[in-house]
Design a protein around this ligand. Structure first.
Ligand code: GDP
Ligand code: GDP
Length: 436
């Protein structure tokens, strides 16, 4: 698991400025809209080859004076529970405030590394004035300017130093990375809102000019998921024709980073060419795929509706015959839970490893039952198979004629593996290697 770093502090001390500074992007669009709720932001950041997850705990809602302390407590609680390292941020321009002192007192109980950071130290003069913050009884103070990029590298270096050593055990397998792709208006952002379990803000169309990507970590039934490029999803539906091209590029990038891709279709509109293109890429990239037919509430249904729709999807996406289909409504919430159980099933297969002995038993049965057709007039001989990778399950098969295995025979083997090992919902790769 990547370490989690949380930034806490009063409103306006510069938390989101630091967040975006570390993200290496312009400030996220959502932050530029005045008076709207800002989400707690998560992003994966890599500095000096060390990846970590950064949380900006700021701005749950516009804060009034009497709500301030309550909010600070909530923030600090989140940080204490979720973070491995805490950045407690204060503001040189406003000096040490009672709220800062209160939070510092709360944090004193935490047995985690805490970085006391004074921001907006844009020059020497403020540097000297920031000594008052030592009255908190702390040993080390970092003075930075998030806006002018002062002191950031020093802070980073010390921060990376305190990260717990990456332990060998199951790093990535604890998080399922989910990408949500599909044409504009199929309901991606509505689905994302549902999956995250609360209404999230939809970005204002006029703001859609910067393209920062923000990932969101969430848990469901005690399992961890990372929803890739949440900000992008929320923006995409609102793009103009011109930007639509970029949104395809964004989809491709998200697909590359995902374990399981939700390909969202609009029940009313059926399968379009652009859907086929996007799904084709999911297949080629070898990612787990779940078709999510959204807006199921809009159809007049009878006994055959579902069957007809399944046929439509199967005809439209021949290569993805293995991908499960779920019929949902982001609007009513119908079967949204089914999405997560399906994602779990696909992920389970995606990272599944078969023992070499089981594999070779099934493999030799398959090749004995049904011989490969002659290639160049010669008999095709198979020696053995071995699983070389997961994500997706990939198998190397040793044969005397690696370049001449007929496509239909390859498909036959893939189907045998699917049946035998329960790989019924993921892509499978076969790699043929030569050996005389
Ligand atoms: P947050 O509410 O803690 O997330 O604070 P923001 O990041 O939104 O910043 C609040 C204000 O402080 C914004 O107007 C920023 O431009 C400004 N700010 C942030 N960092 C600095 C800095 O290093 N120096 C100065 N002078 N202003 C800053
Ligand atoms: P995106 O562009 O793919 O992110 O799509 P949005 O989530 O913005 O949704 C596009 C439109 O479809 C909005 O007007 C939504 O209210 C509507 N919508 C989304 N999901 C559903 C659904 O399940 N049923 C119905 N009837 N409308 C939906």
């Amino acid at each position: 698991m990547k370490p989690i770093v949380a930034i806490v502090g009063r409103p306006n001390v510069g938390k989101s400025t630091l967040f975006n500074r570390l993200l290496g992007h312009r400030r996220a669009i959502v932050d530029d809209l005045p008076g709207v709720t800002r989400d707690r932001n998560y992003a994966t950041i890599t500095r000096f080859d060390k990846p970590f997850i950064l949380i900006d705990t700021g701005g749950f809602e516009p804060v009034t004076e009497d709500r301030l302390l309550q909010q600070m407590r909530e923030q600090s609680r989140l940080a204490m529970e979720e973070a491995d390292v805490i950045i407690f941020m204060m503001d040189a321009r406003s000096g040490l405030t009672p709220a800062d002192i209160e939070v510092a007192t709360m944090l004193r109980r935490v047995k985690k590394p805490i970085f006391y950071v004074v921001n907006k130290v844009d020059g020497e003069k403020l540097e000297n004035e920031s000594a008052e913050f030592y009255s908190l009884g702390i040993e080390r103070l970092h003075t930075i300017s998030a806006e002018h990029n002062r002191g950031i590298i020093d802070l980073m270096e010390e921060l990376l130093d305190v990260f717990p050593e990456a332990d060998a055990g199951i790093p990535d397998d604890e998080i399922t990375r989910i990408a949500v792709v599909g044409r504009p208006n199929v309901g991606k952002s509505s689905l994302v809102n549902r999956l995250l379990g609360f209404e999230r803000m939809v970005a204002n169309p006029t703001a859609g000019t910067t393209r920062d990507s923000v990932d969101t970590l969430f848990t469901c039934n005690k399992k961890n998921y990372l929803l890739i490029d949440t900000a992008g999803i929320r923006r995409k539906g609102k793009t103009t024709e011109k930007l639509e091209k970029y949104s395809v590029v964004d989809s491709l990038r998200s697909i590359e980073r995902a374990d399981v891709v939700l390909v969202v279709l609009d029940a009313e509109e059926g399968v379009t060419e652009q859907d086929e293109r996007i799904a084709g890429y999911v297949h080629e990239a070898g990612r787990g795929c779940v078709f999510v037919v959204n807006k199921w509430d809009t159809l007049e249904k009878d006994n055959s509706t579902l069957g007809v729709y399944v046929d439509k999807v199967r005809t439209g996406f021949k290569y993805l015959a293995y991908a499960p289909i779920v019929f949902v409504s982001a609007k009513t919430g119908q079967r949204i839970g089914k999405i997560m159980t399906t994602v779990d099933e696909v992920m389970g297969q995606y990272i599944h490893r078969v023992t070499t002995s089981d594999l070779n038993r099934v493999f030799s049965e398959a090749t004995d039952t049904h011989h490969a057709p002659l290639a160049h007039g010669r008999r095709v001989k198979f020696y053995f198979a071995t699983q070389v990778a997961t994500r997706p399950p990939s198998f190397v098969i040793f044969t005397n004629q690696p370049d001449s295995i007929h496509f239909s025979y390859e498909r036959y083997l893939v189907n045998r593996f699917r049946e035998a090992f329960g790989f019924d919902g993921v892509p499978i790769r076969l790699i043929f290697r030569g050996r005389e």
